[in-house]
Design a protein around this ligand. Structure first.
Ligand code: HEM
Length: 363
């Protein structure tokens, strides 16, 4: 059978795409010029959300199973890099909508009630697939977020909550980090020793510093007491479990250990891609938070502290989500445990060889 000749218009289904802007103001007999922009902005967001999900689903698939194929780490990093670039664009895009004035928005805003970006199922899928914790979600009207969705979207939202999220898969992957125990070398013990040495040196330096007065000295030493406690909780399983149960940590102690090894020894060739991946998780999390703050500013500028069309407290609700809806916070927080390069225990030669590329090693 001869297939129909393809054209730009047919391939992109422009007939459908460019005829999908139905202005409510026009339907009510009083077309508002800026409503076209409002619709197009939201539609482009949804298209980019679709692309993000396309990348995210493929990354999640690669992390399923008992090990991640070596060659896939590079693909994962490339795809997460693409998501990051899209996220930057999504933040920039807000500025285009801000060319609409609050007064122009008011011309058609009431026609949209009770529709709201709050009902974007793709946005919820992105949050859930990344690993948003359901019980930590900020609620409004004492209802779960999915109760504000249409029934077919509710099913999709619940499905995305049930499946393994990127957070969980990354946690499993980190728990499998190899080489933490390699012959005589025990990463945990050597790192703990280095930390103790570093803290003792710092405390000694404070005590022997004649340039600061007693009050400053006392306050610096107190500060070091709390730094010591932070490290202790990392090394002590019981203390760490307490942090987990109190909700101060989410990433398991074992995964944290693996992530720290990767972060501290990231210069070793085979750890470079895993380190990049950890950095990308922090980037994605921060960009999502940045988008939330950018959207919050947009909302304040457009409607002040009026309630949202979706029925929330608007500005107040969104501020809370920006503060609380972080997913990879524990990966960012690893910086608390970073020690200077100069204090880093050196790796045994044999282990260095395992972590390097054979054909250049020792040349
Ligand atoms: C004039 C522009 C906008 C205003 C005044 C506005 C207002 C609001 C308000 C008040 C909420 C809270 C829920 C509610 O009560 O409705 C909300 C949520 C939301 N909006 Fe917007 N919005 C605007 C543009 C956008 C755009 C362009 C997007 C892009 C998709 C978007 C996506 C969202 C999302 C995803 C939520 C849920 C956030 C969460 O629950 O964490 N909004 N918006």
């Amino acid at each position: 059978m001869k297939s129909e000749k393809i054209s730009y218009k047919k391939y992109l289904q422009l007939d459908k795409l460019l005829n999908s802007q139905a202005l409510k103001s026009l339907e009510h007999g009083n077309e508002v010029h800026d409503e076209m922009l409002f619709i197009i902005i939201h539609q482009t967001y949804e298209l980019w959300f679709k692309q993000i999900l396309h990348e995210l689903d493929s990354v999640i698939d690669m992390f399923k199973g008992n090990y991640v194929q070596e060659e896939n780490t590079g693909i994962v990093v490339a795809r997460l890099g693409r998501i990051i670039e899209i996220q930057k664009l999504l933040i920039d895009q807000v500025g285009i909508l801000e060319t609409m004035t609050p007064m122009d928005f008011l011309e058609f805003r009431d026609l949209l009630t009770p529709a709201s970006g709050f009902q974007s199922i793709q946005f919820r899928e992105i949050e859930n697939k990344l690993g948003m914790e359901v019980e930590k979600r900020v609620r409004f009207g004492n209802q779960r977020y999915d109760e504000h969705l249409e029934s077919e979207d509710q099913k999709v939202a619940l499905e995305s909550e049930k499946n393994l999220s990127l957070f969980m898969l990354i946690e499993n992957w980190l728990e499998r980090t190899p080489f933490l125990q390699f012959e005589e070398f025990n990463f945990w013990k050597s790192y703990q020793k280095a930390v103790e040495q570093m803290i003792n040196d710092d405390v000694e330096r404070i005590k022997t510093n004649n340039d600061i007065d007693d009050t400053a000295q006392e306050s610096s030493l107190k500060n070091y007491d709390s730094i010591k406690k932070t490290y202790e909780a990392l090394f002590d399983e019981n203390k760490y479990v307490k942090l987990l149960t109190a909700g101060h940590r989410r990433l398991s102690q074992k995964a944290t250990l693996g992530a720290l090894f990767i972060k501290l020894y990231r210069d070793e060739p085979i750890l470079q891609l895993p380190h990049r991946l950890l950095t990308q998780l922090v980037d994605m999390d921060q960009l999502l938070t940045s988008w939330r703050y950018r959207h919050l500013l947009l909302v304040f500028r457009m409607i002040g502290v009026k309630i949202g069309t979706g029925g929330s407290a608007g500005h107040g609700y969104l501020k809370k989500t920006a503060e609380k809806h972080s997913i990879f916070r524990d990966i960012s927080n690893l910086s608390t445990y970073i020690i200077p390069r100069s204090s880093l225990p050196s790796l045994p030669e044999k282990l260095k060889k395992e972590l390097g590329f054979y054909y250049t090693y020792g040349k």
